[in-house]
Design a protein around this ligand. Structure first.
Ligand SMILES: NC(=O)c1ccc[n+]([C@@H]2O[C@H](COP(=O)([O-])OP(=O)(O)OC[C@H]3O[C@@H](n4cnc5c(N)ncnc54)[C@H](O)[C@@H]3O)[C@@H](O)[C@H]2O)c1
Length: 341
């Protein structure tokens, strides 16, 4: 079988993380498109993409370069335009998170995918991670009992420069989407409603709100609490966030530089202030292609076998809906139901 042909759109920072996997999978890059053509040229040189043409006009690329799928690595505001144009032109798409900058765009993307019959999957890179897959499997095994609450703390002082500094809700829209999506992955269930307060701490170098606290009601009454800031200097958490997941049988914790670990009640027969506990064995899952490579791998598997990716757009909509409900909850100072498709 000949290698799949791909158009890469967006040759900024994250393209540097995707292109090594595109190369290692032996894909045939036929065009790199960026509004700043020099960015496309730089990436083509850097990764020696000899069959690729540097272009600045997506429609020209779609008309002139034959491809099987497109990788959308543009900024969130451009995702809907790029992805819908690609699907209308007959290409499948794997695109960076967040799916879109607003829910109307996201709905249009799902509708376009359904109407054209083209796959659009969102790359939620943190799903393809051995620790995260282990947490999912441990919860699914029932060894923590029935899950009752999950908490995630995320605190990093991140000086990006660029589009995030100007966004209205940089933390919730561009970062917390990862943790919200992980909450859905860990639980195997969707979110139903949220209370959220966003704010911009004094001394912030962001124009929009860089900090937030949110409480989601997830499926089966599970509460998911998220506290985070991109404007917190010192004692950073991991980029995945530090997690505490509590079930009726025990607790699992997961923090930076550590594998997930847990404790469950060992003996309920004695009436003691603290019940005797035993450690929970968390078997570390094997994830051969982590991060963006995992997202690319799911798209290639779809192209080769038809297997639907776990972040197919209609499913991923719920993660984006969590983001927008959280922002609306802050704006309206009210609990907000999570929108459904
Ligand atoms: N999964 C992760 O961990 C992760 C990490 C970083 C960024 N991201 C995501 O990747 C995406 C890109 O982020 P980045 O840091 O690379 O941004 P960036 O600003 O460095 O790069 C974006 C590039 O897209 C180009 N571009 C913008 N609009 C375009 C359009 N309509 N057509 C063609 N090119 C266009 C810009 O010129 C720029 O070169 C975002 O959605 C971001 O959230 C994901």
């Amino acid at each position: 079988m000949s290698n799949e042909r791909v158009i890469v759109v967006g040759a900024g920072g994250i393209a540097g993380a995707w292109l090594p996997h595109v190369v290692s999978e032996g894909l045939d890059v036929v065009a790199v498109v960026d509004l700043k053509r020099e960015n496309a040229e730089r990436r083509i040189d850097e990764f020696k993409l000899s069959g690729a043409r540097a272009m600045s006009d997506l429609h020209e690329a779609l008309a002139e370069r034959r491809a099987d799928f497109l990788i959308d690595l543009t900024i969130p505001e451009a995702h809907a335009k790029v992805t819908c144009a690609a699907m209308e032109a007959g290409l499948h798409v794997v695109g960076e998170k967040p799916m879109a900058a607003n829910l109307d765009d996201a709905r249009r993307m799902v509708e376009t995918s359904r109407r054209t019959g083209k796959m659009y999957m969102v790359s939620q890179s943190r799903r393809w991670d051995a620790n995260h897959e282990s947490i999912r499997q441990t919860i699914a095994s029932g060894r923590l009992g029935r899950i009752t609450e999950m908490h995630c703390d995320f605190f990093i002082g991140a000086h990006f420069g660029g589009f995030r500094d100007a966004m209205e809700s940089p933390l919730i829209l561009d970062m917390a989407i990862h943790q919200f999506d992980l909450a859905r992955m860990f639980l195997g269930g969707d979110a139903e409603s949220v209370w959220c307060e966003e704010f911009n701490p004094s001394g912030s170098w962001y124009a929009g709100d860089a900090s937030a606290m949110a409480v989601f009601r997830m499926a089966d009454g599970v509460r998911f609490g998220f506290r985070g800031s991109w404007c917190a200097e010192g004692c950073h958490t991991s980029w995945n966030g530090n997690w505490r997941i509590i079930g009726t049988a025990g607790t699992l914790v997961y923090a930076q530089d550590e594998s997930p670990r847990g404790e469950v009640v060992g003996d309920r027969s004695q009436a003691k202030f603290n019940l005797p506990l035993r450690s929970l064995d968390v078997e570390i899952a094997e994830v051969k292609k982590p991060g963006m490579h995992g997202g690319l791998d799911e798209m290639l598997r779809f192209l080769r076998t038809g297997k639907i990716p776990q972040t197919e757009c209609a499913k991923n909509f719920n993660s984006l809906a969590m983001v927008h409900a959280a922002m609306r909850s802050h704006r309206d100072a009210a609990r907000v139901e999570i929108e459904r498709l």
